[in-house]
Design a protein. Structure first.
Lengths: 455, 455
């Protein structure tokens, strides 16, 4: 039996574990799941004959080292800042390692030693980062192998609710960490490249500078800019590209409505609201509006943010009940962002039968033999249920597949890396396809920067 | 001769020094000016017979202690964070001390020992903080002495250009640190009280929630909220007040136009712009607008921020030359805020003959014998020239007057304090009046919160 150690049995490991347990018979695998909660690890394994659950406190050096020593390869699904001790043990005991997290500088620093010991430390091999790297590099390498010159690369990802469960006016429910959704876009201007020019969007305008995208069979979406559009410029080999943009996908109209919260100041997480516990949702809304003895909170807000009488934004706000004077916030010393999160959870929590959906689209503009071309590559993944969510599948499957391919010697180049080489992305994308995670590519007219698609 | 030591001979000490030197004959004073630059100290004294210039390095313990030991009272006009060593020496050698800076926690911690040694450490006795405390407390104490109950206190201060030198569309020039003007309002939501309700304004709306004020003989002004409206609530004895608001004064229309820079993201100081050195002003402006192959930077900006064809805002932007394609930024690795500051300095630097103006207004709403009343108290001070600016007079004179009154035993209560007691503010306000810094009080109808005065 080849022994795989999985550390951290959180929300996104369901598909990862199921994949490995299913393969355990044909591939001769034994899966050890180590989690701080033995209960959780056990409940996931459900007495599977090729699995063992162990209690593993990551801060206990002996426990951790023992478990790693006993394995042939290690998967760390811990929070990103906890990978390093695992990585150092893997170096010591000569084990390869796989994570879905952004590669840290400390992790990068282990590269030389990993190569020396012929170990693979594969990082950023979940969804985003992960599937985005692999699916983008596949098309980029194809274009460049043909002699094409890249002009434009735009890449969008989003976690949404599946169309059949999409029953609110925002066309959105929380499918991942709600706090991150409330704080999205904060912490600095979004920076990207458009036709050779650096462009900057401050937070207060981020949700008013969206781009529209269409995915066949799923209709229109919108994307707002990520802060880090230029992060993979050199890594993808796009140093001379004219347009480089990465964005987050929402359904059309979400951002324009979300901007109301930004403008009011409801997404601020830097100070606490007085008497937040006793406040009604209406009091909370009113605290961002000037006092007036005669006017309603509703009219003050409409006037302040210039919302027309028949604007759908208004219906979206009503749906969230932000003018309700009896619902209480019930959070002491809360920031505006924490209170908003609570209000949104009332409306945006997935129901028991709801399914989530992951959407990804890349646009590749390039020049070949003097002509300009564009390729659109799109992927949609819908969750099976609230255990095997689209998020769990798209994060967990590439991790699982990579682990097995490293174990089987199908991926062999050693070092601390991310999945951008053909050796890595080709076999993994192929097997993701077999598991229903499929990118559809098509040629479209070259847009370059097309002002018509900007709202 | 009584010996006064002034440490730090910066921009705001001209009126302070002149006042003390003029008094030196009748009051039998000797003024020692210690500055890191002996040249500067000498040039200010101009061989006055009752003055001595010394080179004083504040970080040299021996030099500093020697100078303090040799004096009867010490004025520190150093940056706020450098007062503490001076204060500790003053405690050791038994000298009282005066500063115009905000009182720090470290300074407060010296209170008990100062009282024990019968020393006065007077802080926050410049303009703002300083004259604002004294002029407010005078009216507040009057109202309360009559048995009035405070309902509303609003206080506004601004440094502007004098009306006779006001020759640009913004009705504004830099009269103090330009960087602070560009960064004004950043760092957290403005918080205040309106009719018993806490209100919050995020940065992105700060310049769209101004209040209008009128000062007899000087016309209309506007105020935008300071972050710290509640800072002196308890100190002024206003714990049960319904409305408490502190603001910064500009000429009407400034804030609505300034909001354009906020919305574009030009006031951001948290990241640097690529290739800033080579950029034209036009390139800088364009970096905050979407790329478009057909439209001008001008039309893109007008459309993005919905500026009407005949809106005076547009003329204000043109006046600053932000669309100029030949003027270069010439600042390497500059933040947007640094570049904006540079652009503004081209237009907003005081000319040689320009004078500045300080404007302050307080509104006091109160109830007495079942009736509501309101008092408006306003002060305008215009600079003589670029040495004896309104800023130097209003910051320096209260410091000088307080120093002399402490030295003369007219102010006697010991301890680390700010000028909010009758013993302190009465004689100082009186002498400020004799020096042309005069508050005019008048009774006006009680407004409470009057929506008609909000724009």
């Amino acid at each position: 039996m080849r022994k795989i150690l999985l550390i951290g049995a959180g929300r996104s490991s369901s598909s990862l574990i199921t994949y490995l347990l299913q393969k355990s018979f044909s591939e001769n695998l034994h899966i050890t799941i180590g989690d701080v909660s033995l209960e959780l690890a056990k409940s996931i394994l459900q007495n599977h004959k090729n699995g063992t659950a162990i209690a593993l406190d990551i801060f206990n050096d002996e426990e951790r080292q023992q478990a790693i020593k006993n394995s042939d390869i290690v998967i760390s699904m811990l929070p990103a800042h906890l990978h390093l001790n695992v990585a150092k043990d893997c170096l010591n005991f000569g084990k390869s390692m796989v994570t879905a997290s952004y590669i840290s500088n400390e992790m990068k620093a282990l590269n030389e030693e990993a190569i020396k010991k012929n170990l693979i430390f594969m990082n950023e091999i979940g969804l985003d980062p992960g599937i985005d790297h692999m699916s983008a590099m596949k098309v980029l390498d194809n274009i460049r192998d043909k002699g094409g010159k890249m002009l434009l690369f735009e890449s969008f990802t989003g976690g949404l609710v599946a169309p059949e469960c999409d029953d609110n006016l925002w066309n959105y429910k929380f499918t991942w960490n709600p706090r991150n959704v409330v704080l999205a876009g904060q912490g600095g201007a979004a920076k990207f490249l458009q036709e050779g020019k650096y462009k900057y969007i401050p937070y207060q305008k981020l949700f008013r500078r969206t781009e529209i995208l269409t995915i066949d069979g799923y209709g229109k979406f919108e994307g707002y800019a990520n802060r880090d559009s230029l992060k993979y410029k050199s890594i993808y080999g796009l140093d001379n590209i004219l347009t480089l943009y990465r964005g987050t996908i929402r359904r059309v109209g979400y951002s324009r409505a979300w901007n109301i919260f930004v403008q009011l100041g409801m997404t601020d997480d830097s100070y606490t609201i007085e008497d937040s516990e006793q406040m009604s949702y209406r009091d909370f809304t009113n605290s961002f509006l000037a006092y007036n003895p005669n006017d309603s909170v509703e009219l003050k807000l409409r006037h302040y943010l210039k919302i027309d009488q028949d604007d759908i934004i208004w219906e979206k706000l009503l749906e969230l009940d932000i003018f309700n004077s009896t619902k209480k916030v019930k959070l002491a010393n809360a920031t505006p962002a924490q209170i908003l999160e609570k209000i949104l959870k009332d409306s945006w929590t997935l129901k028991e039968d709801d399914k989530d959906m992951i959407v990804m689209q890349h646009l590749f503009g390039y020049e070949l033999n003097g002509e300009k071309h564009q390729i659109e590559s799109s992927m949609v993944c819908i969750g099976d249920n609230q255990t095997y969510t689209a998020m769990a599948k798209t994060v967990g499957l590439p991790v699982a597949i990579a682990t097995l391919k490293i174990l089987n010697g199908e991926i062999t180049t050693p070092g601390v890396q991310i999945p951008i080489t053909k050796e890595v992305y080709k076999p993994i994308l192929k097997e993701l396809e077999e598991n229903g995670i499929i990118f559809k590519e098509k040629n479209v007219p070259y847009f370059g920067y097309n002002p018509d698609i900007i709202i």
